[in-house]
Write a protein that binds this ligand. Structure first.
Ligand code: FES
Length: 94
């Protein structure tokens, strides 16, 4: 194992997990679409990969709609919808 510094200024994790229909962040709640749009804008604005938008598996809060975590800000968004993407873009992808 080799210890290193985190190579990203910020990481935005979007839960896209959707297994068996019981974990709901992904397909049922547009997690995949939200991830793809945030990643697309991050690349378009040239902030990727300094600010990295990543998809995650289950974050353990499945009943809260799409979950989004932002590090190192330590902010957790629940029930994120496509309509909220612009808010996240304005706040984090600059
Ligand atoms: S499937 Fe997203 S938090 Fe569990």
């Amino acid at each position: 194992m080799q210890e290193s510094v985190i190579p990203y200024e910020k990481q935005i994790f979007v839960c896209t997990y959707a297994k068996d229909g019981s974990k709901r962040c992904g397909n049922d709640h547009q997690g995949e679409s939200i991830f793809k749009e945030l990643r697309r804008v991050a690349k378009e604005r040239g902030v990727h990969p300094r600010i990295r938008v990543a998809q995650s598996k289950c974050l353990g809060q499945c009943d809260q709609g799409v979950n989004v975590m932002v590090y190192p800000d330590e902010v957790w968004y629940q029930n994120v919808k496509m309509d909220d993407v612009q808010i996240l873009v304005d706040k984090y992808l600059k």
